[in-house]
Design a protein around this ligand. Structure first.
Ligand code: ADP
Ligand code: MG
Length: 396
């Protein structure tokens, strides 16, 4: 689950991590009031969307307007907020369609001496969370990682013990952080590592982490994602979810207990089991097709879940053919066959349907489909299924 920058900063503030004072605003007037509330000096108006790259991003129909802008008066704050709110912001992370700005963060302007990078993720190779920092802050860290990985310094830490003081000193040395700033760095780095573990984050990224002219370290940006598998133990964080930022099909699928990821292709895939779903997508691609989605209905899916899965697949305008690939282990092929019949009654099957069934109650399942009168292209085995669905999508 993703959250907005202003929400992430509120969590940082609660954890005692230094962030600029800021107020979220949904209208230009609220933005002007926020500017006054912050003391009426230098401020920054920042578009709040679930994507980064806003500083360099531009408004779709107004390319001179960027997603982050310095303002010096309340009128300026109001003008910039009006130029952002309700508009589509296109950044390197949003794709060309952009994302609608529904809120802005009006934040006290910070006296920046240096911009650093800080990120925390789980490193699967060493099975530990790892703190990453770099002097190359503020810019595209993916580029730094690809071209000059030696400029990123890593410190894995144990989740129970947290980041240790010697690790902070080592990183400070590499970042050229000296004197009193080291104490500020220690508080911030340890605090962020603890927050990462306590809140079950999948990423905490502060880019830029700044050294102010006064020598303090401060988080100027905050990207926090939570591990969905741990949300059951953070009921309070669930309130921070902004459904309007998420793909509607993915939200629907999540509500039905389905694992679904929207993709760009034209072949809808309905599969049980994540591994089978992945290999189905591989085979579709191998035979020249493009999957429209990843969809795992799970081992114990019921008829209504499968029907909802069909609704989601067929609701995607790009889908030109659907491949149902079921291996009946816990799932019975008869359940799927009945779900196809049920879905056929409820949903408009406007594209060819290729079905490959195998496993528990497969003969009965095939019979149900054969006797149903529904036009189904039956497939034998994975390769046959992939070839048939690619051909069907190509012919559509
Ligand atoms: P994004 O990563 O989406 O581009 P950031 O929050 O990193 O957005 O902001 C982009 C740039 O704007 C930062 O690198 C920083 O230079 C500047 N900036 C952001 N917030 C402030 C602030 N409160 N005071 C001064 N400059 C800021
Ligand atoms: Mg940033």
């Amino acid at each position: 689950m993703k959250i907005h920058e202003f929400q992430g900063k509120a969590l940082l503030r609660q954890a005692g991590i230094s962030v600029p004072a800021g107020v979220a605003a949904k209208t230009p007037d609220e933005a002007a009031a926020a500017f006054d509330q912050l003391g009426g000096k230098l401020a920054v108006v920042k578009a709040q969307i679930h994507a980064g790259g806003r500083g360099k991003g531009t408004i779709k129909d107004n390319p001179s307007q960027r997603g982050v802008e310095l303002v010096k008066t309340r009128e300026d704050a109001k003008r910039v907020a009006a130029a952002l709110l309700g508009k589509e912001l296109v950044t390197i992370q949003t794709g060309p369609e952009g994302k609608m700005v529904q809120q802005v963060l009006v934040e006290a302007g910070c006296d920046i001496d240096r911009e650093l990078y800080l990120g925390i993720v789980v490193d699967r190779a060493c099975s530990l969370p790892v703190l990453m920092v770099s002097n190359e802050g503020g810019m595209n860290i993916e580029e730094v990682a690809a071209e000059t990985p030696e400029k990123i310094f890593l410190e894995p830490f144990h989740p129970a013990d947290g980041l240790q003081s010697y690790q902070v000193r080592k990183l400070c040395h590499r970042l050229g952080i000296k004197g009193d700033s080291i104490r500020s760095a220690e508080k911030l780095m340890k605090g962020l590592c603890k927050l990462f573990v306590d809140l079950d984050c999948s990423i905490v990224e502060v880019n830029p982490l700044v050294v102010t002219k006064q020598g303090d370290l401060m988080a100027l940006d905050a990207k926090i994602n939570f591990d969905d598998n741990a949300m059951f133990r953070h009921k309070d964080l669930a309130e921070l979810r902004d459904l309007s930022e998420e793909d509607p099909a993915e939200v629907r699928a999540g509500n039905a207990g389905l694992s679904y990821v929207q993709l760009e292709g034209n072949i809808g895939c309905l599969v049980n089991g994540a591994g089978l779903a992945m290999s189905t997508m591989d085979l579709v691609k191998l035979h020249g097709g493009q999957p429209a989605n990843f969809l795992d209905v799970g081992g114990g899916a019921q008829v209504d879940q499968v029907t909802e899965a069909f609704r989601i697949l067929l609701g995607d305008k790009n889908v030109k053919a659907v491949l149902v690939n079921i291996f009946g282990g816990i799932m019975r092929c008869t359940t799927i066959a009945n779900a196809i019949l049920e879905a056929y009654k409820q949903v408009d099957f406007n594209v060819p349907l290729v079905v490959r069934l195998e496993g528990t109650e497969v003969e009965e399942g095939r019979k149900i489909l054969a006797n149903s009168g529904i036009k189904v292209i039956a497939a034998e085995g994975l390769t046959d299924a992939a070839k048939k669905v690619v051909a069907a999508a190509g012919a559509a």
